[in-house]
Design a protein around this ligand. Structure first.
Ligand SMILES: *[C@@H]1O[C@H](CO)[C@@H](O)[C@H](O)[C@H]1NC(C)=O
Ligand SMILES: *[C@@H]1O[C@H](CO)[C@@H](O)[C@H](O)[C@H]1NC(C)=O
Ligand SMILES: CC(=O)N[C@H]1CO[C@H](CO)[C@@H](O)[C@@H]1O
Length: 619
C-alpha cells in the first residue's frame, strides 16, 4: 500500500518540496512526524510482503516471552506482569475451549469496568480468534439489550460489579447467548467464569486458533454514538488496532514510560491507544477503575507515571482542584488525548509544569486522524502537503439551519475558506477504508456522503466542524447532527427523546445539548410538547430518565413548548433551540432543572440560573 506511494513520490519531488518548505517554520516538525508515520507504514507493508501478519496480540505474546517479569498492568496496588496477563488470558481461553462451543470468528460481548480481568478476558477471547464487543458499562436496560442484540454475540461476559445491572434484561436475552459472570456466586441462568478459571490450565493456546487471515478481519466491536440513533458497534479491524497502538510511539513514548489510563477501556482511547499503546512499546500501565481528580497526582507520584491519557474534562477537573504546594513535583512529561480547550491547556501547563500535551483527533470508526505534532496550543493538528498525500480530507460548507452540507445548483459540495468552520469529511478508498458498523448497512451508509465533488466519490462524514487557519493548523469547532458530547461520552439525542417519549403525557420530544460556561461539551436539554389535556408529572419524568438513560445522557434542562418548528425536510428544528439555550431571562416557555437531591425536575428560576452560571451548582 505505502511502498508504491513512496517510490512514486520520488526523491526529486521530496527534495523540491523540501527546499520550498524550508522557508516555513513547521517543516521539521512535519517532517519528523511524517517520517514516523511512514516508517510504521513501511513496517506494516514489509510484514504483508513477507506474508506474516503480526497483530497486536502477537506483539503482546512476544513481549510476554521476552520480558515475562516486566510489569504490564498496575491496578489498585497489585502488579500484573506480562507473564501474569499472558497466563491468565490463556486460562480464560481454556475455559471457553472446554466448556463452550465458541469458535474462531464468533462474537463475545464484554460488560466490565476497568480492571485487569477486562484485559484477561479480552486477550483470552482474542487467543481463540473471537471478536470481542466492548459494552459501555453505563448503559442500562433497553439500550443495553439493544447493544447486545445488535452485535449477535454467542456469549456475554459480565464483571462482578455489574452482574446486578443485567438482572432485568436476563429474561429478554436471546436464548443462544450464554452469560458468564466473573464471580463465584452468580444469579440463576449465569455461569461462573471465576469458578472455572481456578481449575483451568494456563498452557499457551495454539497459534492456529487466532492466526489472522487478513489485517482487515474484525478484531473488536466498539460502540459509538455516531451522528444518529442508538449506539452502534463500529468494526475495529486488526489494522486499525495496530494503527491505534502506534500513537503513543509516534508521540515519542518508550518502553520505559509508565502510562496512566484513567479512561474507560470500552472506548477506543483506553483500549486501543492506552493498552494497545503499551503493548506496542512493551511499557507498563497504571490502570484506574475510575478517574479521580483528588487522587490523580498522588497516583502519578506513587507510580512514577510519565505519561497519561486525558479527555478535555479531565484536565479541567484537575485545574479546578484546590491549589497545593509542589504541584509540579511529579515525573509526568507527556499527555495524550483530545478535547482540551486552549484556556484550560494554558492553565494546566502553568500549574502543573512543562508537560507536553499531545492532542489527537479521530473517531473510533473513522478513517482519519490528526495529531498536534507541532505544539500549537488549542490546535488538534496540522495538515500539509505530505499529509494530504496519505489522507484525503476536506472541510466542506455546512448549512446550520437545515443541518446538512450545502450543495450548489449542480449538486456538488464546496470547500470552506481558511478560517471558516467546515464539516470534516474524509475520502474512503483502499488506503483509508471505512469498516462500517456491525450488521446494519443502513447505519454504515448514513455515515457516508456520496457524490461530494464528483459523481461516484465516497466520503466518511465525521460529524465534526473544523477550522483550518492560515498556517494550516486545525481547530475543533463543534459537532453536528444528532449527538453531542457531555462528560466525555457521546449522547445520542434520539435515544434521549425515545426514553422520554415512552411517558403517556408526552406528545413530542426534541433533545439537544446546550453550552454552559466553564463546562466541556454540552449539557443535555429536552424540549417537550405535552399531550392535549395531560399535565406534566415532573417526578415521573425524573424517574423515567434516570431509569432508562445513563447518567451522562439525562437532560439537565427541560423546556415546555406549545408547538415545535420543523425544517423543510420535517426534521425537528434544533439550531434555534440550541442557540436560545436555557436562560429564563430570554425564554418565556416554562423551564425546569434536574434536581438530583429532590429526585425531580424543579422550575428553573433566575436565582437557580445564576447559581449554575457562577458554578455554585454543579451539573
Ligand atoms: C520512583 O522513582 C524513584 C526515584 O527514581 C525510585 O526511588 C522509586 O522506587 C520509584 N518508584 C516506583 C514505584 O517505581
Ligand atoms: C380537552 O378538554 C376539553 C375541555 O375539558 C375538551 O373540550 C376537549 O375535547 C379535550 N380534548 C381532548 C383531545 O381530549
Ligand atoms: C507531539 C507534540 O509536539 N505535541 C505538542 C502539542 O502541543 C503542546 C503545547 O504547546 C506541545 O507542548 C507539544 O509538544
Amino acid at each position: 500500500m505505502l511502498l508504491p506511494w513512496l517510490t512514486g513520490l520520488g526523491a526529486g519531488v521530496v527534495f523540491l518540496h523540501f527546499l520550498q518548505k524550508l522557508l516555513f517554520p513547521y517543516f521539521w516538525h512535519d517532517f519528523w512526524y511524517l517520517l514516523k508515520v511512514v516508517r510504521y507504514g513501511i513496517w506494516l507493508e514489509m510484514c504483508r510482503l513477507k506474508g506474516e501478519l503480526v497483530t497486536v496480540l502477537d506483539k503482546f505474546l512476544s513481549h510476554a516471552k521476552k520480558q515475562p517479569q516486566k510489569p504490564f498492568i498496575i491496578y489498585e496496588g497489585d502488579t500484573y506482569t506480562y507473564e501474569d496477563v499472558d497466563k491468565m488470558s490463556s486460562r480464560v481461553a481454556h475455559v471457553f475451549l472446554n466448556h463452550s462451543t465458541l469458535k474462531r470468528g464468533d462474537t463475545v460481548a464484554l460488560l466490565m469496568s476497568n480492571e485487569p480481568d477486562f484485559v484477561h478476558v479480552w486477550f483470552g477471547l482474542a487467543k481463540l480468534g473471537c471478536v470481542v464487543a466492548f459494552l459501555n458499562s453505563n448503559v442500562r436496560s433497553n439500550s443495553l439489550l439493544h447493544c447486545i442484540r445488535s452485535c449477535e454475540p454467542r456469549a456475554l461476559v459480565v464483571g462482578a460489579d455489574l452482574l446486578g445491572t443485567i438482572d432485568e434484561i436476563l429474561p429478554s436475552l436471546p436464548e443462544d447467548i450464554s452469560v458468564w459472570g466473573m464471580k463465584d456466586s452468580v444469579p440463576q441462568g449465569v455461569l461462573s467464569l471465576k469458578d472455572k478459571l481456578s481449575t483451568a490450565s494456563d498452557r499457551p493456546v495454539p497459534r492456529s486458533h487466532h492466526v489472522a487471515s487478513s489485517l482487515k478481519s474484525p478484531y473488536l466491536y466498539i460502540f459509538t454514538s455516531g451522528t444518529t440513533g442508538l449506539p452502534k458497534a463500529a468494526v475495529i479491524s486488526q489494522l486499525q488496532a495496530l494503527k491505534g497502538s502506534a500513537a503513543l510511539w509516534a508521540f515519542g513514548c518508550t518502553a520505559d514510560d509508565i502510562v496512566y489510563i484513567p479512561l474507560p477501556l470500552y472506548h477506543s482511547s483506553g483500549s486501543l491507544l492506552g493498552i494497545g499503546g503499551c503493548i506496542e512499546l512493551g511499557a507498563t500501565c497504571v490502570l484506574k477503575k475510575k478517574f479521580s481528580a483528588s487522587q490523580f497526582w498522588n497516583d502519578c507520584r506513587k507510580h512514577n507515571v510519565t505519561v497519561f491519557q486525558y479527555i478535555g474534562e479531565l484536565c479541567r477537573y484537575l485545574c479546578k482542584q484546590p491549589k497545593r504546594e509542589e504541584e509540579k513535583d511529579h515525573q509526568v512529561r507527556l499527555a495524550v488525548g483530545n478535547g482540551i480547550r486552549s484556556d484550560v491547556w494554558r492553565e494546566f501547563l502553568d500549574r502543573f509544569g512543562n508537560i507536553k500535551m499531545c492532542e489527537l483527533y479521530g473517531a473510533t470508526e473513522g478513517n482519519i486522524c490528526f495529531m498536534n505534532h507541532t505544539g500549537k496550543i488549542g490546535s488538534i493538528g496540522r495538515t500539509n502537503f505530505f499529509y494530504k498525500l496519505f489522507f484525503t480530507f476536506d472541510l466542506i460548507k455546512y448549512d446550520f439551519q437545515k443541518d446538512e452540507p450545502i450543495r450548489n445548483e449542480q449538486g456538488w459540495c464546496s470547500n470552506v475558506k481558511k478560517g471558516e468552520p467546515g464539516l470534516l469529511v474524509s475520502r474512503v478508498n483502499a488506503q483509508n477504508p471505512f469498516f462500517g458498523y456491525v450488521g446494519n448497512r443502513k447505519h454504515t451508509e448514513k455515515k457516508l456522503l456520496c457524490d461530494v465533488f464528483k459523481k461516484g466519490d465516497v466520503y466518511f462524514n465525521t460529524g465534526d466542524l473544523i477550522v483550518q487557519d492560515q498556517e494550516d493548523f486545525l481547530y475543533f469547532w463543534d459537532r453536528i447532527g444528532d449527538t453531542f458530547r457531555w462528560k466525555g461520552e457521546n449522547v445520542a439525542t434520539t435515544e434521549v427523546a425515545d426514553a422520554i417519549g415512552m411517558l403517556d403525557f408526552i406528545q413530542e420530544t426534541n433533545a439537544y445539548g446546550v453550552a454552559v460556561p466553564d463546562y466541556e461539551g454540552k449539557a443535555g436539554m429536552a424540549s417537550i410538547i405535552l399531550k392535549p389535556n395531560k399535565s406534566l408529572d415532573l417526578e415521573k419524568l425524573y424517574e423515567q430518565v434516570v431509569t432508562y438513560l445513563p447518567a451522562y445522557a439525562c437532560p439537565r434542562f427541560l423546556r415546555i413548548q406549545e408547538k415545535m418548528k420543523t425544517t423543510e425536510t420535517f426534521k425537528l428544528q434544533k439550531f434555534q433551540l440550541v442557540e436560545e439555550g436555557f436562560s429564563p431571562l430570554k425564554i418565556s416557555d416554562p423551564l425546569y432543572f434536574m434536581d438530583n437531591l429532590k429526585k425531580s425536575y424543579v422550575p428553573l428560576t433566575k436565582e437557580l440560573y445564576d447559581q449554575i452560571i457562577l458554578g455554585e451548582i454543579k451539573l
